[in-house]
Write a protein that binds this ligand. Structure first.
Ligand code: SAH
Length: 253
């Protein structure tokens, strides 16, 4: 089994594939001001099995297009939507986030939790902007340094994983430079990592290893996740996930 299939197998049964929670998605919705509007069209990019998609469909008067490049995740999302009675509000599209099939000026909001790093924050916010209507909302969560400096071990790990890791002020500047007005920023609570993401993942390790006969590749994947969890537990004062909510502004150039 290749590494991608293993990754899918480890994560597909989880309620979410990155840090977050229903309460934090609702907080971002509140900052966006979208609750007052009707007949919205919203995309949820890198939606995984739909943790945020289901909240958006429940909380907003909207049609949600859930996008992921893994059809397996979208299959689980559709089943969850049906069970929650939300199927009519949610459509799925299998596509890569760097070639989205939307028309220009067609979306009231673009949501993306724990996923934009796959193409990089700056490229993502720049490439997705044309799909938003004027005044449309961008809401993304992104790995963020919480302090101006940090332990070398932590810095080295995340720089190697994600070159664009930065402070909130640097992310807000990227938004401003790319045609967005920031409306709000907050940091995901530690329980979004420990209780909602890493905890369930850890519980899934033994069955995952058993399914794969303790193969080298499966053990390597678990070891990599364990390392990330240990780093978070040790250094959570320095690193977190920032949630950024911004409005598309008129382009002046
Ligand atoms: N938003 C979900 C999933 C976050 S994990 C949650 O918070 O639970 C990141 C997701 O991005 C995964 O579902 C992965 O399949 C998807 N992804 C990774 N690279 C992608 C790409 N290039 N295009 C579309 N989706 C991608």
């Amino acid at each position: 089994m290749d590494d991608l299939r293993l990754l899918i197998d480890l994560h597909i049964a989880a309620a979410r594939q990155g840090p977050g929670s229903t309460a934090e998605t609702c907080r971002a919705i509140e900052l966006s001001g979208l609750s007052k509007q009707r007949g919205l069209k919203v995309a949820d990019i890198g939606c995984g099995t739909g943790a945020s998609t289901l909240v958006l469909a429940k909380e907003l008067d909207a049609q949600i297009v859930a996008v992921d490049f893994l059809a397996d995740f979208l299959g689980v999302l559709s089943a969850r939507a049906a069970r929650a009675g939300l199927a009519e509000r949610i459509g799925t599209v299998t596509a890569s986030m760097d070639s989205l099939p939307f028309e220009a000026d067609s979306l009231d909001a673009i949501w993306s939790e724990g996923a934009i790093y796959n193409i990089g924050f700056e490229l993502g916010v720049r490439q997705w902007r044309p799909f938003l209507k004027h005044g449309g909302i961008l809401a993304v969560s992104e790995l963020t340094w919480l302090t101006a400096s940090r332990p070398a071990e932590l810095e080295a790990h995340w720089r190697a994983q994600y070159a664009e890791v930065g402070t909130a002020s640097s992310k807000l500047a990227v938004l401003e430079h790319n045609g967005y007005a920031p409306l709000g920023y907050f940091v995901l609570s530690e329980s979004c990592w420990l209780d909602d993401y890493y905890g369930p993942m850890r519980q899934a390790f033994p069955a995952f290893l058993a399914r794969h006969g303790g193969s080298d590749a499966a053990r390597a994947l678990v070891a990599a996740e364990e390392l990330e969890i240990a780093l978070y537990e040790r250094y959570r004062d320095f690193v977190g996930y920032g949630y950024y909510v911004a409005r598309k502004t008129e382009s002046v150039s």
